[in-house]
Ligand binder design. Structure first.
Ligand code: EPU
Length: 338
C-alpha cells in the first residue's frame, strides 16, 4: 500500500469536481490505516479523510494527504429482545447497507434508502430523510485519532447529533477517522409514513400491506423522481439546510407570503423549506455554464459536466444573497466546502 502523489479526485466526489490531491492513499482495514498513520508524509502535511465524497464541494486542489476509507463488512454483533445490533465498516456503501438490512429483516432504516455516500458519513452528517435520522437508530461508533492513533468508542451523547450535525463536523472536525458504526435496528418494524409523499407513493404502488421493503421502494421512487442521480449529473444532494426560524418570524413571513412552506417543530420553532425559498427567487432550473440549480428540486445544485467547484460555490453565494434579500432568511450550506 503506497501513498500516491498528484491524484485527481474527480472520481472520488459526487459533484465530479476535477481537483487534485497532493497525496492520496486508500485503506481497507484498520491495520492499513495504522500503517498509513505512521507514514512520515502525515507528519509533514495536513490530513483529510474522505468517505463516499457525497457531501463535499472541492473548490481548489487539496494540499493534504487524502486518506480514502474503504473499510467494508457488515456483521450482526448481538441482539436482545427488541433489537439487532449491526456493525458496518465505515467505507461500506450506505445504500448497500440499507439493502442488506432489509433482506435480513433488520428494521428502522427503510426510509433512508438510496442516500448516496458511505456508512461513515451517516453519523458525521446525521443523515436523514422522510422522517428518520441516523440518531434514531444509532448505537455507537469506533474511530481512530489521527494524532495519538488511539482507538475510541463514541456513544450517542458523545456524538452530539443535531439537524445534519454532529461532533465530527464541529469540535472533533478532522481529528478522527471513523472506522465502523453500530446501529440498533428493530426486530419488529415500526413504520414511519408520516411524510405525505410516502403515503401517496404507496397508494400509487397499490401497496395494501406495509413492509420495510415497500416503504424503501416508495422512498426510492420518490428520490428517483426528483433528485438527480450523481452517476449521471454531479451533485451532493441538498446543498443548503432547511432554515429554522422563530414562530414570530414565521408568522410575519406568512403574512407577506401566504404560500410559504414551513413545518412546525416540537420546540415551537418552524423549519422552512429552503427549496421553496430558492424557487421563489427564480433559481430553479437555472444554469450558467455547467453549474446549475436542479430543475426538479431547487435545493440541489448540480454540475452538468465541467463546472469548477468555485463556479458552484459562487452560484451558492448568489442564491444565499437573493434569498436573504427577499425573505430576510440566511441559508446555511449543508455541504462541506473544501
Ligand atoms: N419545495 C419547493 N420547491 C423545490 C423543492 C422543494 O417548493 O424546488 C418545497 C415543496 O413544497 C416540498 C417541500 O419544499 O413539499 C419539501 O421538499 P422535499 O420533500 O423535497 O424535502 P426538502 O426539505 O427539500 C429534505 C432533506 C432531504 C431529504 C428530504 C426528504 C434537508 C436539507 N434536505 O429536503 O435530504 O431527502 O427532506 O426527507 O433537510 C440531503 O440532505 O442531501 C437530502 C436530500
Amino acid at each position: 500500500m503506497s501513498i500516491q502523489s498528484n491524484i485527481s479526485l474527480k472520481q472520488f466526489n459526487t459533484f465530479n469536481i476535477d481537483v487534485s490531491a497532493k497525496h492520496f492513499a486508500a485503506f481497507n482495514s484498520i491495520d492499513q490505516l495504522e500503517e498509513l498513520l505512521h507514514d512520515p508524509l502525515l507528519s509533514d502535511n495536513p490530513t483529510m479523510v474522505l468517505g463516499g465524497g457525497s457531501n463535499i464541494l472541492f473548490t481548489k486542489n487539496v494540499e493534504a494527504v487524502v486518506l480514502k476509507n474503504e473499510i467494508t463488512g457488515i456483521e450482526k454483533i448481538s441482539e436482545d429482545e427488541n433489537y439487532y445490533y449491526i456493525k458496518a465498516g465505515a467505507g461500506e456503501s450506505w445504500h448497500h447497507f440499507v439493502m442488506h438490512c432489509l433482506q435480513n429483516g433488520y428494521a428502522g432504516i427503510e426510509n433512508l434508502a438510496l442516500i448516496p455516500g458511505n456508512v461513515g458519513a451517516s453519523p458525521m452528517q446525521n443523515i436523514g430523510a422522510y422522517g428518520v435520522e441516523i440518531k434514531d437508530v444509532f448505537h455507537s461508533l469506533e474511530a481512530i485519532h489521527l494524532n495519538d492513533k488511539q482507538k475510541k468508542i463514541f456513544n450517542m451523547d458523545e456524538c452530539a447529533f443535531g439537524y445534519r450535525e454532529s461532533a465530527f463536523k464541529n469540535r472533533y472536525q478532522n481529528e478522527f477517522v471513523i472506522t465502523a458504526v453500530t446501529y440498533r435496528l428493530l426486530k419488529k418494524p415500526s413504520y414511519n409514513i408520516s411524510y405525505g409523499v410516502i403515503e401517496q407513493e404507496l397508494e400509487k404502488m397499490k401497496v395494501t400491506e406495509l413492509s420495510c421493503m415497500s416503504i424503501a421502494k416508495a422512498v426510492m421512487n420518490i428520490r428517483n423522481s426528483k433528485l438527480p442521480n450523481p452517476a449521471v449529473i454531479g451533485n451532493a444532494g441538498s446543498f443548503f439546510k432547511n432554515p429554522v426560524i422563530a414562530a414570530s418570524s414565521f408568522d410575519h413571513l406568512q403574512e407577506q407570503f401566504p404560500s410559504i412552506v414551513g413545518h412546525f417543530l416540537e420546540n415551537g420553532e418552524y423549519k422552512l423549506a429552503a427549496g421553496w425559498l430558492i424557487e421563489q427567487c427564480g433559481w430553479k432550473g437555472y444554469r450558467k455554464g455547467d453549474a446549475g440549480c436542479h430543475e426538479k428540486q431547487a435545493l440541489v445544485l448540480v454540475n452538468f459536466g465541467n463546472a469548477s467547484g468555485e463556479e458552484i460555490y459562487q452560484l451558492s453565494e448568489l442564491i444565499i444573497t437573493s434569498v436573504f434579500n427577499k425573505f430576510g432568511v440566511l441559508l446555511q450550506r449543508e455541504v462541506n466546502i473544501c
